[in-house]
Design a binder for this molecule. Structure first.
Ligand SMILES: Cc1ncc(COP(=O)(O)O)c(C=O)c1O
Length: 365
């Protein structure tokens, strides 16, 4: 049996007719940027979340960069984030002239509130939480720490469309929720796309202006903005996908629940499902100290895997200037050396799941 690490064709095939019809209708509409589809998607995405004002942008990195900028993060500010997040989370901080302050994650890959409190300094301006792998970070203590210290709270929800904490959706806990619609995401476009969700309508208005060169609706230039818009074709296709997102997420949840129940091997550590957290399992990430051997064992049995992520941002060439060394973030670094994402994509069959489980359970060193 051959099982790749991911398959996007299955998500497409399920609603192929609707997606093709939508693509044709947008192509025939004659309106390709900032039209009805984008407006409707923005409305529907806020409805899906249960609040907030959504502004579509070109990608997840732009969503983060623009949100931080409009909320006032600037040169010399510090932004606290977990060390094991994706590089793009940190880049958004850097692109605003601010300094990323990496902290060790908790045992479930999320920002650890204890470490967060230790990292707060007089220069701290914001806290950036990534709900990594579609696992919801418990938000109560983080929210109250941000309130106590007067810090902005921004959520990187690139992997967390539909995650919730005690019934409230990821993206609504802080000053901004930033989403990516990169094709592999739980809500994936057919190209790049992203969105910022904010509670404050005035901030939403400023983001709308900023994403469109800094022009208002009357084409008056108000600020030096950027060109970062979600286009009509992606917005239209995302609307089709959004209407099925609960179903997509539910099937990923069923796969994760089965893996959590049936993968039993003392060499493999499984993620935890915390009470109160509704996860969407963007990736199903296991940990193994003998990762290379495990990956090779799976490969030989036809099972593809991936590593999210092999080099943590603080050890990347990009962040050499921070002067951090190997050993500075031992928990983060151990994760980079042990995490392995196994196939858990939408559409993986029950038989394929069983094969993945049996192959993992048969692993020995
Ligand atoms: C956690 C995280 N943040 C940010 C991004 C950036 O999103 P995009 O690729 O749409 O720019 C991604 C996705 O790639 C991501 O996984």
């Amino acid at each position: 049996m051959t099982i790749p690490s991911n398959r996007l064709d299955l998500t497409f095939q399920k609603y192929q007719n609707d997606l093709e019809a939508k693509a044709i209708s947008v192509l025939r509409s004659g309106r390709y940027i900032l039209g009805e589809e984008t407006l409707a998607f923005e409305r529907e995405f806020s409805d899906f979340l249960g609040g907030g004002h959504t502004v579509g942008v070109a990608c997840g990195l732009d969503a983060l960069t623009i949100a931080l900028r409009i909320l006032g993060v600037q040169d010399g500010d510090e932004v606290i984030l977990q060390g094991n997040t994706y590089i793009a989370t940190a880049l958004a901080v850097t692109h605003n002239g601010a300094v990323p302050v990496f902290t060790e994650p908790d045992k479930n890959f999320g920002l650890d509130p204890d470490r967060l409190e230790e990292a707060i300094s007089p220069r701290t301006k914001a806290v950036l939480v990534t709900h990594l792998y579609g696992i919801m970070t418990p938000m109560d203590r983080i929210r109250s720490l941000c309130d106590r210290y007067g810090l902005l709270l921004i959520e990187d929800c690139a992997q967390a469309h539909g995650c919730a904490w005690n019934g409230k959706k990821a993206g609504l806990f802080g000053d901004a929720g930033c989403f990516s619609f990169y094709p592999t995401k739980n809500l994936g476009a057919f190209g790049d796309g992203g969105a910022v969700v904010v509670r404050d309508p005035e901030i939403a208005r400023q983001i709308r202006i900023y994403r469109n060169y800094g022009n208002d609706e009357k084409k008056r230039s108000l600020t030096a903005g950027v060109n970062s818009r979600l286009d009509e074709l992606q917005a239209g296709l995302l609307r089709v996908r959004l209407s099925h997102l609960d179903e997509y997420n539910q099937t990923r949840r069923a796969v994760a629940e089965r893996y959590l129940r049936e993968i039993k091997n003392p060499l493999i550590r499984l993620p935890e499902a915390l009470p109160g957290a509704c996860n969407v399992w963007h990736q199903f990430v296991i940990r193994c100290n003998q990762r290379a051997a495990l990956q090779n064992h799976l490969f030989k049995k036809g099972i593809g895997t991936d590593i999210h992520y092999p080099i943590p941002p603080h050890l990347s060439a990009t962040y050499r200037s921070l002067g951090m060394q190997k050993g500075d973030l031992p928990v983060t670094e151990a994760l980079a050396e042990t995490v392995l994402s196994i196939p858990s994509y939408y559409g993986i069959s029950e038989e394929e799941q069983a094969y993945v489980i049996d192959t993992l359970n048969a692993f020995r060193v």
